[in-house]
Design a protein around this ligand. Structure first.
Ligand code: 2NL
Length: 344
């Protein structure tokens, strides 16, 4: 090992510093020894710094060459220091200690939103009944949202189906009946379609109202379609969605686009018809509205109301999801809170 103090700098001294440094490095057996070598040679008060300070005393003619040699030696030692590490073997030990018999970490799985799941369940039942799924735009012409559905501009029913306007004559649809009108315009009967999608209403948000919700409407048009067909199809739907023993009942109602119109109830799925707080002791729960398509609607799409009859129905998806899953606030569907969503 060389002495700490260097008196004068020449090529042989530089070679010696390098040789010693590399030898000490080689001899270092743990991280601590390695660090000591690094400080001794490369530190602020280290040997290379000492040597550099002696450059000034060297023969001016030799100085550039000596400086270059010293730099080269320093770089050599620096590289070797970088190349030697005690961290790597430690890591390797850890890796060897890995227990391959442990069970794997489960990959996080996504899932469908409860609204999407409800729509899928309804589509599934109607799909088996021979319905096609139909879609249409959310930005609509006034004509499709109102006039074609037998809701003229001055009609009081406009209030119940009020919507957001983008500009005069252009609005966000407030029901998916618009899809059914568009389908009827393009095709002749028989028509058997289901139209799920987003709809908009300028309602103040609370536990049961939202400015955006989802609706599923159905439409069947053909020769000889009657209210008995409507009742049969809706009963099959209720059984497919809620179970074999579910019954349905019709109560008279009003919609501008159907005549006659009905509200449809199903046997309360909480108490099985016995009467409970959910069904307000009636044993029945309202799940949709329906009716026979008003002849005026056929007039707007160019169908002959003497030749064809049809039925239509509509349901709010949030309402059905809330009733069947015991959810008491519609805002939960839009909060994007995983604590809620992960329950489905
Ligand atoms: C409800 C009730 C309903 C319809 C929607 C409809 C569509 C056409 C023609 C006639 Cl193109 N009717 N749709 C009919 C009755 C009721 O929805 O309570 N929806 C949430």
């Amino acid at each position: 090992m060389m002495t700490r103090r260097i008196k004068a700098l020449d090529r042989e001294t530089i070679r010696e510093i390098e040789r010693n440094a590399l030898a000490e490095l080689e001899a270092a057996e743990d991280a601590q020894a390695l660090e000591a070598v690094r400080v001794r040679y490369m530190g602020r008060k280290g040997i290379f710094r000492d040597a550099a300070s002696l450059l000034g005393k060297a023969d001016p003619a030799e100085r550039p060459a000596l400086g270059k040699a010293l730099n080269a030696a320093r770089n050599e030692v620096e590289e070797s220091l970088k190349g030697k590490s005690f961290a790597a073997p430690k890591n390797a030990e850890k890796r060897r200690a890995f227990d391959f018999t442990l069970p794997g970490r489960p990959a996080p799985r996504g899932r469908l939103h409860p609204i999407t799941r409800t729509i899928e369940a309804v589509k599934d039942v109607f799909g088996r009944l021979g319905f096609e799924i139909a879609y249409g735009p959310e930005v609509e012409l006034d004509h499709y949202n109102f006039e074609a559905l037998n809701i003229p501009a001055d009609h009081p029913a406009r209030d119940a189906f009020d919507t957001f306007y983008l500009r005069p004559g252009v609005c966000l649809r407030s029901q998916t009946s618009t899809v059914q009108i568009r389908t009827m315009e393009r095709r002749r009967p028989p028509v058997r379609i289901l139209a799920p999608g987003k709809v908009y209403r300028p309602d103040t948000v609370d536990a049961t109202h939202s400015f955006l919700f989802h609706q599923i409407e159905g439409l069947v048009v053909d020769e000889g379609v009657t209210m008995a067909d409507l009742k049969y199809v809706l009963h099959q739907f209720a059984r497919g969605l809620l179970g074999h023993d579910v019954g349905i009942r019709f109560r008279p109602s009003f919609f501008p686009f159907t005549e006659p119109s009905v509200e449809v109830d199903v046997t309360c799925f909480k108490c099985n018809g016995k009467g409970c707080p959910l069904c307000k002791r009636s044993g029945w729960i309202e799940i949709l509205g329906a009716g026979m398509v008003d002849p005026n609607v056929f007039g707007h799409v160019g169908y002959d109301a003497e030749q064809y009859t049809g039925f239509a129905f509509g349901m709010g998806v949030e309402r059905i999801a809330m009733l069947s899953q015991g959810i008491d606030d519609i805002r939960l569907f839009m909060d994007n809170d995983l604590r809620f969503l992960e329950q489905f």
